[in-house]
Design a protein around this ligand. Structure first.
Ligand code: F6P
Length: 325
C-alpha cells in the first residue's frame, strides 16, 4: 500500500470539551510519522468553502486544556446534497489529501460514510459529543467534562434549594439520550432522575415528591434530560404543579455543559483516540470509528455507531432510586 502523504482533520456538530486535545494528538502523531496535516475549518461547511490550512506542531500548542474547538465546527445542510459533497471532494483532492479524520457525533459519521461510498478517501471517525450516545465506545470525548460541569452546577443549586426548602428541576442536555442525566443525577444526589430511556410517570413522581416533602427532606432536586418523554423541565414542572402544591424553580443548564476545560479523563481519551486514528489511517483502514471499550482501543464500522443503540445501565437507575430515599 502506498504511504499516505497528507490527511485532513475536522470537527463537526456540537463542540465538546476535549476536541482540541484530540486535534493536537492527530496533528502531532501525523507529523511524527512524516504525514502532512490539513486543518479543515468549520466542519463540512469549511470543506465546501475551501477553508483549509496546513497545520504544524506549533499550530496546536497550548490547546490541550481549552474547551471548544480551535478549528471551529458547524452543522452543514449543504454537505447533505450531492453537489455540496462534490465541491468538498474537489477541494481535498487538489491538496493531495488521501485520508480524513472527523471528530464529532452521528451526523459527522454519516457524512464520513457518504465520503467513503462516493470516493476513494480513507475516512476515520473519532467520537466527540457531550451526549455519549455513540455505539462502539464506552465514552465519547466531552461527556466526562459535561457531567462534571452539571454536577458542579447542581452542588450550587443545592445550597439555595436547602436554604429555601425548595424543589428544583434541573434540565440537562443529551438530546435523545439520558447518559448525562443519569450520571449527573447520581453524582449530584438528585431525588429524582427523568431520562428518555425510562418512561416518566407523573403520578408516581408527584407521589414521591409529596412523600419526600412529608419526610421533610430539606431540598428536592430533580434532574430532567431535555429529551424526556414527559417533556422538558419546564413542562414537567407545570404538570407536577397541577398535582402537588410544592413551590419549585426550574434551572436549564444548557450550553454551559458544552464549554470549559476538559477533565483529565477527557484529555486522555481524546489523546488516545487521535493517536490511534492516525495509526489506523496509516495502515489503510477506513470506514470505522476509533473508540475505547473496557479500556482497549476499539474499531466499529461507522454505520453501526448510529444504527445500534448504546445501552444505558438500568441497574444504575434502580440504585439511584434507593440512594435517594
Ligand atoms: O449533541 C450535543 C448537544 O449539545 C445536545 O446535547 C443538544 O441537544 C444539542 O447538541 C444542542 O445543539 P445546538 O448546538 O444546535 O444548540
Amino acid at each position: 500500500m502506498a504511504k499516505i502523504e497528507s490527511i485532513g482533520v475536522f470537527t463537526s456538530g456540537g463542540d465538546a470539551p476535549g476536541m482540541n486535545a484530540s486535534l493536537r494528538a492527530v496533528v502531532r502523531t501525523a507529523i511524527h510519522f512524516g504525514v502532512k496535516v490539513f486543518g479543515i475549518y468549520r466542519g463540512y461547511a469549511g470543506m465546501i468553502d475551501n477553508e483549509i490550512k496546513e497545520l504544524n506542531r506549533r499550530s496546536v500548542s497550548g490547546i490541550i486544556q481549552q474547551g471548544g474547538t480551535i478549528i471551529k465546527t458547524s452543522r452543514s445542510p449543504e454537505f447533505e446534497t450531492p453537489e455540496g459533497r462534490q465541491k468538498t471532494y474537489e477541494n481535498l483532492k487538489k491538496l493531495g489529501v488521501k485520508g480524513i479524520i472527523g471528530i464529532g457525533g452521528d451526523g459527522t459519521f454519516r457524512g464520513l460514510r457518504d465520503m467513503a461510498e462516493e470516493t476513494d478517501f480513507l475516512v476515520i471517525g473519532i467520537p466527540g459529543t457531550i451526549d455519549n450516545d455513540i455505539y462502539g465506545t464506552d465514552f465519547t470525548i466531552g461527556y466526562d467534562t459535561a457531567v462534571n460541569t452539571a454536577i458542579d452546577a447542581i452542588d450550587k443549586i443545592r445550597d439555595t434549594a436547602q436554604s429555601h426548602d425548595r424543589l428544583f428541576l434541573v434540565e440537562v442536555m443529551g438530546r435523545n439520550a439520558g447518559f448525562i442525566g443519569l450520571e449527573t443525577g447520581i453524582g449530584g444526589g438528585a431525588e429524582e432522575i427523568c431520562i428518555p430511556e425510562f418512561k416518566t410517570n407523573l403520578d408516581s413522581l408527584a407521589e414521591h415528591l409529596e412523600r419526600r416533602h412529608v419526610q421533610s427532606k430539606a431540598s428536592l432536586i430533580m434532574v430532567i434530560a431535555e429529551g424526556d418523554d414527559a417533556g422538558d423541565a419546564t413542562t414537567i414542572a407545570r404538570k407536577l404543579k397541577e398535582k402537588v402544591g410544592i413551590s419549585y424553580r426550574v434551572t436549564i443548564l444548557g450550553h454551559i455543559q458544552r464549554g470549559g476545560s476538559p477533565t483529565a479523563k477527557d484529555r486522555l481519551l481524546a489523546s488516545k483516540l487521535g493517536y490511534h486514528a492516525v495509526k489506523a489511517l496509516m495502515v489503510g483502514k477506513s470506514g470505522i470509528m476509533i473508540g475505547e471499550v473496557h479500556n482497549k482501543i476499539s474499531e466499529t464500522p461507522l454505520e453501526e455507531t448510529w444504527a445500534k443503540k448504546k445501552p444505558i445501565d438500568y441497574g444504575l437507575m434502580e440504585m439511584a432510586q434507593i440512594l435517594a430515599e
